[in-house]
Design a binder for this molecule. Structure first.
Ligand SMILES: Cc1cc2nc3c(=O)[nH]c(=O)nc-3n(C[C@H](O)[C@H](O)[C@H](O)COP(=O)(O)OP(=O)(O)OC[C@H]3O[C@@H](n4cnc5c(N)ncnc54)[C@H](O)[C@@H]3O)c2cc1C
Length: 383
């Protein structure tokens, strides 16, 4: 792996930096977990797409730039450094799109990718159920073929679907073979959320925003053409998405580099220079963020050479989520009593801290990732 940038990569970085400097809103947008914030973030997605920055690694015909993953990492670095808005389309662009590219038909690629890149169709991920979170193989929501075989009739309930309150579509997994159990007989289906029989019920968070929803399906009819990756192959399709989510796409390193840089600034401003323990802890986090960045470059280099992201993506997921919690905990510790003030003289870390606590839960809990590592990376015997 050669970490030096080529002239082409440098030019790409400079182009991205210049565009972001000219277009990132001067004031942060309201949270996309509010109606107003969601709409503003959707507009931002369209602005990104107009300039070809929405999905840089996609083929040009679907709204991307045909850039490789190294350039995608460069874009992410510039994006996070610029303080640009969070990506309201992230479920679609970073999770569903790679799966559509891998297993979707040409018609599905042409139908779904361009409006996704423009934020015209925002996607929610409808996998978790009340009794199927970590143990997703216990999914009970059902899909039954209509008598003429042209439609799925969906029934059941999903939960914790991020951004589903205002999203347009969801991608879900349904048991389509009633005789099957566990990982078999599941199918990955794409569903417009305005289909009759779909009820989206918001779940209020502690801060009052509605970042999540339950989704109820009561005799919901969708065309069989909305099947992604083949009938009965839902588990394999979902695992490809999950591997990508944990491994590379969901949390690119720049997010953490930028957070640690903010932590260092805070330390310089209010840290006690004689407190070696705190100084070491801040330095350690800088090294962790840098280590994660370099490791991601290694992973992406492997992918460019034809490799895939496998079970080792679980290592990544544990690493970034625990690093994020420690970064925010340390900021609160540095701030001391000031940490609780939202209008104090220092930038607030409270929202970020609260969100960091969910990192070890979403995209598969860290306990479950440790099981995967024990089983498939270390090949330890099962108890
Ligand atoms: C911020 C956030 C966003 C989310 N967004 C989405 C979304 O968009 N779409 C979606 O479908 N879901 C989403 N989820 C749900 C998430 O995927 C689930 O919360 C997660 O998979 C855990 O499932 P659960 O909540 O049912 O907990 P459970 O599976 O009931 O787990 C409870 C506890 O038991 C532990 N545990 C369970 N099984 C084992 C085991 N075999 N070995 C050791 N420990 C175990 C878990 O680690 C956890 O600590 C989101 C969650 C959060 C927090």
């Amino acid at each position: 792996m050669d970490l030096r940038e080529t002239a082409d990569e440098q030019a790409f970085r400079e182009e991205a930096r210049a565009w972001l400097a000219a277009h990132v809103p001067a004031e942060p947008l309201p949270s996309f977990d509010t109606a107003e914030g969601f709409a503003l973030h959707r507009t931002w997605e369209a602005e990104l797409a107009d300039a070809g920055w929405s999905a840089v690694s996609w083929p040009v015909e679907y709204g991307g730039r045909g850039a490789d993953y190294l350039k995608w990492l460069i874009f992410e670095e510039e994006y996070w450094r610029s303080g640009a808005p969070g990506r309201v389309s992230q479920n679609g662009i970073f999770l569903l799109a790679p799966t559509i590219m891998e297993v979707g038909t040409d018609e599905q690629k042409a139908r779904f990718l361009p409006p996704m890149a423009r934020g015209e169709e925002v996607w929610a991920q409808a996998w978790s159920e009340p009794d199927a979170g970590s143990d997703m193989a216990s999914i009970r929501s059902k899909g039954t073929l209509s008598d003429d075989g042209t439609e799925w009739i969906l029934n059941g309930q999903k939960i914790w679907a991020s951004r589903a309150v205002w999203a347009d579509w969801c991608f879900g997994i349904f048991r389509t073979d009633p005789e099957s159990s566990r990982h078999k007989g599941l199918t990955f289906i794409l569903i417009p959320l305005d289909t009759p029989g779909v009820t989206v019920r918001p779940i209020a968070q502690l801060d009052g925003d509605t970042g999540f929803a339950e989704i109820f399906f009561d005799d919901v009819h969708v065309p069989v053409e909305n099947t992604l990756g083949g009938v009965g192959r839902g588990w394999n399709v979902a695992m490809a998405t999950a591997g990508f989510e944990r491994g590379v796409s969901l949390r690119s390193p720049a997010r953490f580099n930028v957070a640690v840089e903010r932590l260092i600034k805070l330390w310089v401003r209010i840290g006690d220079p004689d407190d070696d323990t705190m100084r070491d802890a801040v330095t350690d986090l800088w090294m962790q963020a840098e280590g994660y960045r370099l490791h991601t470059y290694l992973t992406v280099t492997k992918m460019l050479e034809g490799g895939t992201v496998g079970s080792e993506s679980s290592l990544n997921k544990i690493f970034w989520s625990e690093m994020d919690v420690r970064t925010h905990e340390l900021a609160l510790q540095l701030l001391g009593p000031e940490a609780e003030r939202l209008d104090g003289p220092y930038e607030s870390w409270v929202d970020g801290f609260l969100f960091s606590l969910s990192g070890p839960i979403y995209a598969g809990t860290n306990e479950v990732q440790r099981n995967i590592i024990a089983d498939r990376v270390l090949n330890l015997p099962r108890a």
